[in-house]
Design a protein around this ligand. Structure first.
Ligand SMILES: Nc1ncnc2c1ncn2[C@@H]1O[C@H](COP(=O)(O)OP(=O)(O)OP(=O)(O)O)[C@@H](O)[C@H]1O
Length: 340
């Protein structure tokens, strides 16, 4: 049992929420041994505020009255106005106590919750990509393209698992091959640079597809990430096939870089809305080649296993585990918890 973090105790029922740029997923835990009661997934674009979404799609649809809330949001958690990076919602803790009736609130980063899910979920919810064997208590890293690119580390210390949140999705990524050098100038930039998220996200996949079309002087007819993956997987569009290959290679390079940073001999875990949908493309060998192509440490990378988390609500599973027994995890709540 952890000694450092045992102060946090939540009052049940607990509302747990995983709030990304596009999708918000909620469930209520009525007690430490109960299964979460899940609610239909909410599109963030359908509600002006998070408060509206919680009132309309949760509180108005159940007689359960949650006392506490643990929310995981896609953005840095700072101060009393927590903004999401890829959607206009702002979490204002005070409104949770007045209008919504909660008495305590904890806000985490969404990939911190994905890191908790790595601890909470077992092998049945993981699909392995290539070789390698994880060391039980070694560090791990979680990354996932979705609306944005989420990243978190997971380290074991003081007899507990500690998720390490960050904004690693906004690291730079540059060209590597001759083809990359031809395509890169056509990739949409953010303030003069190409960040991981500019490629490794839904809109990033479309960016890549358009950049390849522009490079070759061809027309970009596909417009959504789902169209690009569908036409790549059935090989019906050559530009989509190359876009997904470049996406998978960039994901392998980024995963390998993060594995070096965290020395993640415990494994690398791919999560988020897109990885689950492109598993065949992740298994062609291009991902693993890019992941391991890290001289002078290629051998080290070749020993590290990579998994796709296939659970449909992984972050909620992680939050549920935390809400049941916060003291089992090294989640620092200082500055990120509020009470009425
Ligand atoms: N079949 C598909 N192929 C590729 N991309 C897809 C597919 N289906 C959905 N997407 C894209 O996945 C993204 C949504 O991912 P996800 O469900 O992880 O959202 P999120 O949790 O709201 O995002 P985040 O946590 O990154 O802010 C959108 O950009 C969407 O267009």
């Amino acid at each position: 049992m952890a000694q450092l973090f045992e102060d946090t105790v939540l009052k049940f029922p607990v509302l747990i929420g995983d709030i990304g740029g596009t999708n918000a997923r909620f469930a209520i835990l009525t007690g430490p041994h109960a299964d979460p009661k899940e609610f239909p997934i909410v599109q963030t674009a359908d509600f002006a505020t998070i408060d509206d979404a919680i009132q309309t799609s949760i509180l108005d649809r159940t007689s359960l009255r949650p006392m506490s809330a643990v929310l995981a949001v896609a953005g840095p958690v700072e101060g009393d106005e927590i903004r999401l990076t890829n959607c206009p919602w702002v979490v204002r803790p005070k409104t949770f106590f007045g209008e919504l009736g909660f008495s305590e609130l904890i806000v985490l980063n969404d990939f911190e919750a994905q890191a908790l899910a790595v601890v909470a979920l077992g092998e049945p919810h993981m699909e392995k990509i290539g070789g390698g064997t994880g060391e039980a208590l070694a560090s791990r890293v979680v990354l996932g393209p979705g609306t944005g690119l989420g990243v978190a580390g997971l380290v074991h210390a003081v007899h507990t698992w500690i998720p390490v949140p960050g904004e690693g999705g906004h690291m730079d990524i540059g060209p590597r091959t001759e083809r990359d050098y031809a395509v890169w100038p056509h990739i949409e930039q953010i303030e003069g640079r190409v960040s991981g998220e500019q490629l490794l996200s839904g809109r990033g996949l479309v960016n890549l597809y358009r950049a390849i079309a522009r490079t070759d002087g061809k027309e970009a007819v596909l417009t959504t990430p789902a169209e690009v993956t569908a036409h790549a997987l059935d090989k019906s569009d050559a530009i989509a096939v190359e876009a997904v290959e470049m996406f998978v290679t960039a994901l392998g390079r980024t995963a390998g870089d993060l594995a070096l940073v965290f020395m993640s001999k415990g494994g690398v875990f791919l999560t988020g809305g897109i990885a689950q949908k492109i598993i065949p493309a992740l298994k062609t060998g291009a991902f693993r080649r890019a992941f391991e192509d890290k001289a002078p440490h290629s051998h080290l990378l070749s020993t590290m296993p990579v998994y796709v988390i296939t659970h449909p609500l992984a972050a909620l599973a992680g939050l549920a585990a935390f809400a049941r027994t916060p003291a089992l995890f090294g989640v620092e709540t200082h500055g990120r918890s509020w009470s009425a």
